[in-house]
Design a protein around this ligand. Structure first.
Ligand SMILES: NC(=O)c1ccc[n+]([C@@H]2O[C@H](COP(=O)([O-])OP(=O)(O)OC[C@H]3O[C@@H](n4cnc5c(N)ncnc54)[C@H](OP(=O)(O)O)[C@@H]3O)[C@@H](O)[C@H]2O)c1
Length: 278
């Protein structure tokens, strides 16, 4: 479904901000069949070699805005902090039929409608970086003017880079951002600190880094391929009275273990999302 939608768009996909997340999404779409000549990148500070590589593949890079046909999709992938300067220049691109997909953390549908116009069809979404390998998670909420067909288009676009979860209540977006948007960083941090803990326990640093990284990614892959709940997979590692049980007694401490620490971390990220709303 995604593939045919991407090949039959009524106009270009315009990407505002071709950084880590926007760039990963564009790559996913190009891989899935978005014709390169239907992709437009607007990013004034793009490194020359990145711009040349995109242009070499047929992507239109930083064209004059007035020369562009009505976009089918405008993806807002700049940092939330630069939205007040970055969005007004692209507001004239938004026509009837254009679906605006914002992936900016914190920035609300209301704020974006205030800049792009009350009639703009805006989807606010939070993807995550495993999108780069088609394994992203996107949580999305549609603004009041988004039609069923536009929502389907947004589903296809976000579905091209992973799974999509629609929510009806925008107030949940900051918490979703804290869990799935930021979540990959928590998993990578786990690999980092596990490696450091291995060194503290006497392992050579490079060996510790290799086995910690492979363990975190292997556990993720096992969870991916299993139907068992995460708790059961954890229990399957935990021999009664064994080594894992000793470690988990520390990590699952009700007062200072992983659980309360993660609650605190997700609350901090959620709070920051609300601050970024502006
Ligand atoms: N990274 C993630 O995991 C993730 C996940 C979900 C959502 N997001 C959201 O995605 C957005 C981008 O995040 P990111 O991590 O991809 O950041 P990033 O790598 O910094 O990408 C933003 C890009 O926008 C460019 N830019 C700055 N001002 C611009 C302007 N006026 N017009 C066009 N482009 C401009 C930046 O250039 P300079 O570097 O020169 O400023 C950069 O290339 C943020 O709003 C973030 O909340 C990110």
């Amino acid at each position: 479904m995604s593939e045919s939608v991407l090949k039959s768009l009524s106009g270009p996909v315009v990407l505002l901000g071709a950084g880590k997340m926007g760039g990963a999404m564009l790559e996913g779409w190009l891989k899935l069949g978005l014709p390169a000549d239907k992709a437009v990148v607007l990013d004034p500070n793009l490194p020359a070699e990145t711009a040349a590589a995109l242009a070499g593949r047929g992507v239109l890079v930083n064209p004059a805005l007035a020369s562009l046909p009505a976009p089918a999709v405008l993806l807002l992938a700049v940092k939330p902090q630069v939205a007040p300067e970055a969005l007004p220049p692209v507001a004239p691109l938004v026509r009837a039929g254009t679906v605006v997909v914002s992936i900016m953390a914190g920035r609300t549908l209301g704020t974006m409608a205030g800049i792009l116009g009350a009639q703009a069809a805006i989807v606010r979404a939070i993807p995550n970086t495993p999108a780069a390998i088609g394994r992203g998670v996107s949580v999305a909420v549609a603004g009041p003017t988004v039609t069923a067909a536009q929502r389907e288009l947004a589903t296809a676009l976000l579905g091209a880079i992973g799974i999509v979860e629609w929510i009806g209540d925008e107030a949940l977006m900051d918490a979703a951002t804290a869990v799935s948007g930021s979540g990959p960083a928590y998993a990578f941090l786990l690999a980092e600190v596990l490696a450091q803990a291995g060194v503290a326990a006497g392992l050579p640093a490079e060996l510790s880094a290799r086995i910690a990284r492979a363990t975190v990614s292997g556990a993720g892959a096992l969870m991916d391929q299993s139907d068992l709940p995460a708790a059961t997979l954890r229990q399957n590692v935990t021999s009664p009275g064994g080594t894992t049980a000793a470690a988990l007694a520390v990590l699952m401490d009700a007062g200072k273990g992983f659980g309360p620490l993660m609650v605190e971390a997700v609350a901090a990220a959620t709070k920051r999302g609300k601050e970024l709303a502006g």
